[in-house]
Each structure stands twice: as structure tokens, then as C-alpha cells.
Design a protein around this ligand. Structure first.
Ligand code: ZN
Length: 483
């Protein structure tokens, strides 16, 4: 019988293409990449998806402002997101644009499948274009959108609605029992609190006129465009072949109980309520885990165009190297809460952890191994039981941390092993009496090899460099001094 590997499906949220990527999205896509690489290292079959959301009104407006046809505008910015693959060394398997034919097919199919829960009604509400959603008066802060701090517009029109209210009990049950698991617990509590207040039906279309005629038309009613939350989220199944490749869709979605969406806290409601309700309505399987990260602030403030404090990940990579950027976001920023970016902290991490910590240790041990009296490898077994114990402890802490999405703690565990190796060198002084200290040097080389393996999901380039240096017994600085 053919042996089937466990499947692991992971998706990032789709960023809007009204502008180019900033570090908030970099955080999310790097987190997703670590998980994809880690699950591959466990021998699982991984499908890692990202892409771009292109159908929103704010994209039409941004294109208008730029004086560029919207198709061209969307395509250009989509390319900037796709290029993150090389820039951030990402391992995604597919990149979907919501303007692609395969996506539109899936959106139509889902709309048809939810027919019994879709109805038309006249509506007036407060609409934030930035969020592409309606707000209730009490959700606003001083009359402003809590995400964008802008005044919502009053919109009145006849739109299609989805019977979200019908799924309230079912959703509550699924979330309470962790069948749809929301991580961290604080976000799960937030959603359960929201459910406790009762759900209203949601608007899922807008007039083509208000949409600037940009977006996917409602099947059979070209006067309306489908609202992005019955469109964009569908990418999670359209990329798997819903509506175009049944067999692939069955394997990766319907029959796979290892489906994970990574999202930012601002779109939790849509992913924990709207999206699962649509899937329930269509009789489809649900995602298993929603992992919710916080926002990246800059110097303690929210990033915004008006504050002029947007940090460009491409510039950071150019100056500091891709693994420094990956390391900072995974180590310094909390996986669950908001975290702050500041250049001083960034450089501090570079100098202390990467150049001095990891870089120094590797260079030091390779220097010892380059002694002409040292014949390496002596053995691929660790000689000293304490070193072995320390490596095993590290692996255990690392696995537990990654199982709980605590990227920072997994890295902390690796750096504890680095610290242990430094102390071990000081204690054993293998540069004196080298011939009798060969087992020490050998153990250190094996410990560094473990460090490199554990680092692979986090710092893939550095991991590879260390492995190569160990093979050649040649050392070049992993993290050179900053100018
Ligand atoms: Zn808003």
C-alpha cells in the first residue's frame, strides 16, 4: 500500500494591493513560513498558500488616485508581494490573486452552494472603505473607525445578505469545543464574548456603481458586486481546486484535518464567524486552527502613511540581510500581542544574538577544529553525556514551543544551547592540550550541527551556511560587523 504522509495546509491572509508590503505583513508571512518549513522537516506533505486580495473598493480608489487603470495598478502591486518570496526567503507553494479565473469560479460555486441563506434587502449603514465593511454605531471610537481612525460613510442601498444569525449556536459550540480552535486563548475569549451578544446577518454585496464596477459580479445580477468577505476568504479553497479540481480539493480541504489560517487580529471576526458560517452553509469542512497575531507598531505608534513611519521590509533586508529580519520578527515580536519595531532594538539583536552569540560560537569552534592536530570527524556520536542532555532538552523545549506557536521561545531554547556551548568551551579550554581535548571539539561540532538543523525553519540561509562551513571546516563571518 502506498504510504500517505500527513498533510499540513497553511495560509496567510491575503493583503490588499492598494499599496506595497509593509513589515506588518512581513511578520505574518515569516511566521507562516517557519511553520511550513517546520512541518516539512517533520516529513509532512505541506501546502503553503499566500496571494493578494484585489477586488476591494479601496483598490479601485487607490488606482484612481494614482491615475492608473485598476487592472494595471493591482497587477503591479501584486508583483511586489509575490517578490517577497525571494526577498524574505519564503517557501510558499502557491500565490493566488483574487482576479484569477480559478478564484472567480470558486466564488461563484460557493455563492450557489449558500443560496438558501442568501437574500436581498434594503439597508443603510456606516461603511469604512479602509476595512471594506459596515460598522455599528457602538463599534466606532468617537465616531471613527477603530482600525483607521477615519469617519465612516453613510451608505444606503439594496444588497444581498447572508443569514449569519442562523449559525450562531453552531459556531459557538464549534469554537468552545476547539473544533475550530482559536489561538491564543485571549482571541478565543474575544470571539465567544462577541457571540454572546448575538449575531446579525451580514451584507455580502454592494452596487456595481459604488464598487466603481470593480470586483466579481453577483451571479445572475450584474448590478451588484460580491463583497470581499464572500470573495477574498474563498481563496483558501479556490487555490485548492474548489470549483476547478475536485480531487485536489477533497484531499487538501475536505479530508484534511490539519488546516491552519494565520491572520492578524483585525480580521478575526471574518475568519472565526463569517468564513466558517459560509462553509457550514455550503456543507464544507472547516479550518481546524486560526492562529491570530498582533500588529507591529513603530516606535510605539501604529504604522500609517500620514505618520510617515511605514517601515519597508525590502530596505531592511538590503541593509541587514534576510535572516536578521526574520530573526527580529520571530524573536523580538510577541507571537500573540502587538510588538514594536525600533532600529535600536533591531541592531541590538543583530549585535548581541547574531554576531556575538551565534556567529562567534561557530567561528570559535571552527577555529579549534582547524588545528592541524585535529582529525575531524572523530565520531558522529556525542561523547559527553552533559552535552547530549543539553541538546535533548533544547529539542524538547523547541518542539513544545513551536507546537504552541511560540516562535520566540523556540529561538530562546536554541540560544540557550549556544550559551551552554560557550560555557563548555570556557570550562574545557580545548585550545590548551588540544590532543587530549579532541572529544570536546568533536562534541562542539556536533552541537553546532544541531543548532543549524533547529535554525532551518527560522533562518534557512544561515542554517545552510553553517552546514557548509562544518563540511569544509572553513569559517567566514555569518553576521559581519555593522557599519
Ligand atoms: Zn476602517
Amino acid at each position: 500500500m502506498e504510504k500517505k504522509n500527513k498533510k499540513f495546509y497553511i495560509s496567510s491572509a491575503l493583503p490588499y494591493v492598494n499599496s506595497v508590503p509593509h513589515i506588518g505583513f512581513a511578520l505574518e508571512i515569516i511566521q507562516a513560513d517557519v511553520l511550513a518549513r517546520y512541518h516539512r522537516s517533520l516529513g509532512e506533505e505541506v501546502f503553503f498558500l499566500t496571494g493578494t486580495d484585489e477586488n476591494g473598493l479601496k483598490i479601485a480608489r487607490a488606482a484612481e488616485e494614482a491615475g492608473v487603470p485598476v487592472e494595471e495598478f493591482a497587477a503591479k502591486n501584486a508583483e511586489a508581494f509575490r517578490e517577497l518570496k525571494g526577498i524574505l526567503n519564503l517557501s510558499f507553494d502557491d500565490f493566488i490573486r483574487t482576479t484569477e479565473e480559478r478564484h472567480i469560479k470558486a466564488v461563484y460555486k460557493l455563492w450557489q452552494a449558500c443560496q438558501k441563506d442568501i437574500y436581498k434587502k434594503k439597508y443603510q449603514g456606516l461603511y469604512c472603505v479602509g476595512c471594506e465593511r459596515f460598522y455599528k454605531e457602538e463599534e466606532l471610537i468617537d465616531g471613527l473607525c477603530p482600525e483607521h481612525e477615519t469617519k465612516p460613510e453613510i451608505i444606503e442601498e439594496e444588497n444581498y445578505f447572508f443569514k449569519l444569525s442562523k449559525y450562531e449556536k453552531q459556531l459557538k459550540n464549534l469554537i468552545e469545543k476547539d473544533i475550530l480552535k482559536i489561538i491564543p486563548q485571549t482571541r478565543k475569549n474575544e470571539i465567544l464574548g462577541f457571540l454572546g451578544k448575538g449575531l446579525e446577518d451580514i451584507c455580502i454585496s454592494r452596487s456595481s456603481e459604488r464598487a466603481r464596477n470593480w470586483g466579481i459580479p453577483v451571479p445572475g445580477d450584474p448590478s451588484q458586486k460580491i463583497w470581499c468577505w464572500f470573495d477574498a476568504v474563498v481563496n483558501y479553497v479556490s487555490a485548492l481546486g474548489y470549483g476547478s479540481d475536485d480531487k485536489n480539493f477533497e484531499q487538501w480541504w475536505q479530508e484534511n484535518n490539519n488546516k491552519l489560517h494565520i491572520i492578524g487580529k483585525g480580521i478575526l471576526n471574518f475568519h472565526a464567524l463569517y468564513w466558517p458560517a459560509a462553509l457550514l452553509s455550503a456543507g464544507l469542512s472547516l479550518p481546524n486552527i486560526l492562529f491570530v497575531h498582533g500588529y507591529v507598531t513603530v516606535g510605539g505608534q501604529k504604522m500609517s502613511k500620514s505618520l510617515g513611519n511605514i517601515v519597508d521590509p525590502v530596505g531592511l533586508v538590503k541593509k541587514y540581510g534576510v535572516d536578521t529580519v526574520r530573526y527580529f520578527f520571530l524573536r523580538e515580536i510577541s507571537p500573540f500581542e502587538d510588538g514594536d519595531f525600533a532600529y535600536e532594538k533591531f541592531e541590538e539583536r543583530y549585535n548581541a544574538d547574531l554576531a556575538k552569540g551565534l556567529g562567534n560560537l561557530v567561528a570559535r569552534v571552527l577555529r579549534l577544529a582547524q588545528n592541524p592536530n585535529v582529525k575531524i570527524p572523530m565520531s558522529n556520536q556525542i561523547q559527553n553525556p552533559n552535552v547530549k542532555k543539553e541538546i535533548n532538552r533544547t529539542k524538547k523545549d523547541y518542539e513544545r514551543a513551536l507546537g504552541e506557536f511560540k516562535f520566540n521561545e523556540a529561538l530562546k531554547a536554541i540560544w540557550e544551547l549556544i550559551g551552554f556551548c560557550d560555557r563548555y568551551i570556557e570550562q574545557e579550554r580545548p585550545w590548551e592540550d588540544t590532543e587530549n581535548k579532541l572529544p570536546v571539539i568533536n562534541d562542539l561540532l556536533l552541537a553546532i550541527e544541531e543548532v543549524a538543523k533547529l535554525l532551518e525553519p527560522f533562518l534557512p540561509e544561515t542554517s545552510q551556511k553553517i552546514i557548509t562551513q562544518l563540511q569544509l571546516l572553513e569559517s567566514t563571518p555569518l553576521f559581519p560587523r555593522l557599519d
